[in-house]
Design a protein around this ligand. Structure first.
Ligand code: FRU
Length: 546
């Protein structure tokens, strides 16, 4: 079947055709990065799910090898769903995944590489003793999935958690094992929260209190604690109810085998998000090559299912992001892995330009359909910022919808108009707006897709999140956007607030149409671009090697 590539990203990971959803078992092993993913080999809609498998040496260019796991046995004949890799010391990787069995129950299975010395780990075997965890003892057999990377506590036993729910209570069931094969359910879950619904794709990992360095789950108990003293943890869950990923910063307590979020952290669908846009089922891994923690996430299409079928493909992954704890300990910070900069080509730069009220400045000289743009905005006139109503704290997205890029303000809205047509009948606005609240300021970031396409039937939201910075002290704020045909990934204030949008400008249907990139300011206070750099991005190489 024909594949329509007009909207297909060129430097984000996506298979050449068909449907992709969750990232599975990302890992670094023996010099190779492995990325596996939920994939439908037969079409551009969800179904017939197998674990497709890609390998890379740089997280940018990928070789797609044969699927690693696909339905063959009674314990996974109705689906091979999400799971995670754990590198077993001295043995190599083991993958736990959810199988949908012949009775349509969700069970957890284990697989190992056939040959650990094959650098690509092409073939995997399923021991006959599967499944290794079953939905017994009152576990809901249709809400029991997505096992995490295992970790070992100081009692020498392995742990893993599996997403579930009990009525409306979201929960992660804890299992323990001596050998990673025989698993026993603990009497208490690692964590649960009332009225949050099914928790999909849980991810638990340690973070250092200071610095950008990542830490491995399986070494955090002794060496890391010893050297760095302060280690916290992050627990992320994907809420099936809202289809977004939420996390808290907290502490995993070994003695009680419980995860306890920090005091005052919001532990439900009003809580922190890695990304305030389209972003789901994310998963992290520890990259031993560069001692960092890397986060991947699925970004679904927001066009119509009929569009996906016509396009012949659906689903993109974010650019892998390094993730670490912010200095203030309240949240994580994310930044695209440095390797992606190897695709930067032609560059344009602007410095010291004023954006007066209502002005727009075109960024010229780079192809605006595939661009990496970094800009620093200097703000002024803060004392005249719009007043902030504290009731707005609970819903930044609503605030972005009310106060869009078109709505004039005082300090902002200012930012970028990306994937824009010359006459601005289509554009996606990524911008900030600063409000005054008591003696402080509140900074809002929006990624507004409401005018991204002339097609009215598309899902075009204005996403939003607050940015945890002291703008009064800094008097400036940065923005980086990775624009790649139908995806715009934006990083506010060096990755403190991130928002991803999918957009389908009709503009891209016309090969000859010119696509534009602008900086703008619709606030009464002048904003200065202290520095803007934009690079045209080259294509990543993603080839099948089966
Ligand atoms: C999340 C999810 C997982 C499941 C997989 C199936 O998107 O629903 O819970 O394992 O996708 O493809």
């Amino acid at each position: 079947s024909k594949v329509d590539n007009r909207y297909k990203p060129v430097y984000h990971f996506r298979p050449p055709k068909n449907w992709m959803n969750d990232p599975n078992a990302p890992m670094y092993f023996n010099g190779i990065y492995h990325f596996l993913y939920q994939y439908n080999p037969r079409g551009a809609v969800w179904g017939n799910i197998v674990w497709a498998h890609a390998v890379s040496v740089d997280l940018v260019n990928w070789k797609i090898v044969e699927p690693a796991i696909y339905p063959t046995k009674s314990f996974d004949i109705n689906g091979c769903w999400s799971g995670s890799a754990t590198i077993l010391p001295g043995k190599g990787p083991a993958v736990l995944y959810t199988g949908v069995d012949s009775r349509n129950r969700q069970v957890q299975n284990i697989v190992f590489p056939m040959n650990v010395s094959d650098p690509y780990l092409r073939r995997w075997y399923k021991p006959d003793y599967n499944p290794v965890m079953r939905p017994v003892d009152g576990i809901n057999a249709t809400s029991f999935r997505d096992p995490t990377t295992g970790w070992k506590a100081s009692d020498g036993k392995w742990r893993t958690i599996v997403g579930s729910k009990v009525d409306r209570m979201g929960t992660v069931i804890l299992y323990r094992s001596d050998d990673f094969i025989h698993w026993k359910k603990a009497s208490r879950p690692l964590h649960s929260v009332m009225n949050t619904g099914m928790w999909e794709c849980p991810d638990l990992f340690p973070v250092l209190c200071r610095g950008k360095r990542g830490v491995d789950h399986n070494r955090h108990t002794t060496p890391v604690n010893h050297i760095d003293r302060c280690v916290k943890h992050v627990l992320k869950v994907s809420l099936d109810d809202t289809r977004y990923d939420y996390y808290t910063v907290g502490k995993y307590h070994e003695d009680s085998d419980e995860y306890v979020p920090n005091l005052n952290s919001i532990d439900n669908a009003n809580g922190l998000r890695y990304d305030y846009g389209s972003f789901y089922a994310s998963k992290s891994f520890y990259d031993d090559k560069k001692q960092r923690r890397i986060l991947w996430s699925w970004v679904n299409e927001t066009d119509l299912i009929s569009d996906d079928i016509a396009k012949g493909w659906a689903g993109v992954q974010t650019i892998p992001r390094s993730v670490w704890l912010a200095k203030n300990g309240r949240q994580v910070v994310q930044w695209p892995v440095e390797e992606i900069e190897s695709l930067r080509g032609k560059k344009t730069e602007m410095k010291g330009l004023k954006l007066k009220q209502g002005s727009r400045l075109e960024v010229k000289g780079v192809k605006a359909t595939q661009t990496d743009v970094e800009v620093v905005f200097k703000v002024s006139g803060l004392e005249r910022a719009e007043p902030f109503d504290p009731s707005w704290f609970s819903d930044p997205e609503k605030l972005c919808a009310h106060k869009g890029a078109e709505v004039p303000g005082k300090v902002g809205p200012f930012g970028l108009l990306v994937l824009a047509s010359g006459n601005l009948t289509e554009y996606t606005a990524v911008f900030f707006r600063v409000f005054k609240y008591r003696s402080k300021y509140v900074t809002l970031m929006c990624s507004d897709a409401t005018r991204s396409s002339l097609r009215s039937e598309l899902y075009k939201r204005s996403f939003g999140g607050f940015v945890d910075i002291d703008i009064k002290k800094r008097q400036q704020i940065s923005l980086r956007s990775l624009i790649d045909r139908s995806i715009v990934e934006s990083f506010g204030a060096k990755g403190r607030t991130c928002i991803t949008s999918r957009v389908y400008p009709t503009l891209l249907s016309d090969e000859k149409a010119k696509v534009h990139l602008f900086a703008f300011n619709h606030g009464s206070e002048t904003v200065k671009i202290s520095n803007l750099k934009a690079w045209e991005m080259r294509k990543a190489t993603i080839v099948e090697d089966v």
